[in-house]
Write a protein that binds this ligand. Structure first.
Ligand code: AMP
Ligand code: ZN
Ligand code: FE
Ligand code: FE
Length: 282
């Protein structure tokens, strides 16, 4: 049987692996297909695609967009994206700039607490266009200002803690539209983690294509619940480990394994969408 892991991060956002390392590890984990879903970035997709071609692995170009709907944060995964789509790239660049400013604000908040972290230390460690809280946590550990990553989140960075800075996000409805106009499928990420059940109907109405039923932080009961929801709303089913390399306790790639027939269904939907668009333009 073939399996896929459709939720993975590289050092183009807050993961620690290069695209090539990620593909190598996917191969070792016996995966037949992977999707790269960096936060607000598609930059690593070209390298990951090339590395996958080399080992004859199936690759899906994706991204994880940070969005919100009526004050609820929701992550929307885009799959089969045209990574050169100008509208997508423009919006991504805007949100990357928000992420940069937010790092500076988080560091300022830490400095106010008497923690002498420099923004340059975070940017040097992040060295990417899509920096986030895990980079701040890693910089704090590296500079020996805290013992470990968990403590950094617990004491300073998680919502409600003194160095937490809210992030301007795009609306979830826009994110679905943005993904669609870039030729992709829009999927709600880890609904059990963000507790976004209430907003599922609104997103379905806006054209949501799928829901991530299988995820590292989903229990079996949760996965079953989201499989039922998928059936109810006629949504495609996805799953992935949300591997961040060593930004989390351990690399998770391959620990969530999506049966490949779900990938086939995703592909069929993209093909169907493409033929609809071609027909419209005839
Ligand atoms: P950001 O996009 O900057 O808000 O950061 C989100 C990232 O931080 C995601 O990859 C989360 O998995 C990670 N994260 C959020 N909360 C925690 C936590 N308590 N401990 C470790 N990582 C976390
Ligand atoms: Zn992340
Ligand atoms: Fe997420
Ligand atoms: Fe993720």
């Amino acid at each position: 049987m073939k399996f896929a892991d459709l939720h993975l991060h590289t050092f183009f956002s807050d993961g620690t692996f290069t695209p090539e390392e990620l593909v190598l590890r996917a191969q070792k984990a016996g995966l037949a297909c992977i999707a790269l879903t960096d936060h607000d970035s598609v930059e690593g997709c070209e390298r990951a695609a090339a590395a996958c071609t080399n080992v004859q692995m199936d690759f899906i170009a994706g991204a994880e967009l940070t969005a919100e709907h009526e004050d609820t944060e929701v992550h929307i995964l885009g799959y089969f994206l045209d990574t050169k789509n100008p509208v997508l790239l423009k919006r991504i660049a805007e949100f990357q700039s928000v992420r940069h400013n937010r790092i500076t604000e988080m560091v300022a908040a830490l400095n106010k607490l008497g923690i002498p972290l420099k923004a340059e230390a975070v940017f040097a460690l992040a060295n990417c266009k899509s920096p986030g809280r895990p980079h701040v946590a890693r910089a704090l550990v590296k500079e020996k200002l805290i013992d470990n990553l968990d403590e950094a989140f617990e004491r300073y960075l998680k919502k409600g803690r003194p160095a937490w800075v809210p992030k301007t996000k795009m609306s979830a409805l826009e994110s679905v539209e943005l993904i669609h106009q870039a030729g992709g499928l829009a999927v709600m990420a880890h609904p059990g983690l963000n507790r976004t059940d209430d907003i599922i109907p609104a997103l379905v109405k806006a054209g949501l294509d799928g829901i991530e039923c299988f995820h590292t932080k989903h229990s079996t009961v949760m996965a079953e619940r989201y499989l039922e929801i998928a059936e109810k709303y006629n949504l495609l089913v996805t799953g992935g480990s949300d591997c961040h390399g060593f930004s989390k306790k351990q690399p998770l790639i391959g620990t969530v394994r999506l049966p490949y027939d779900h990938v086939e269904k995703l592909k069929a939907k993209v093909a169907e969408r493409k033929s609809e668009t071609t027909d419209k333009h005839r």
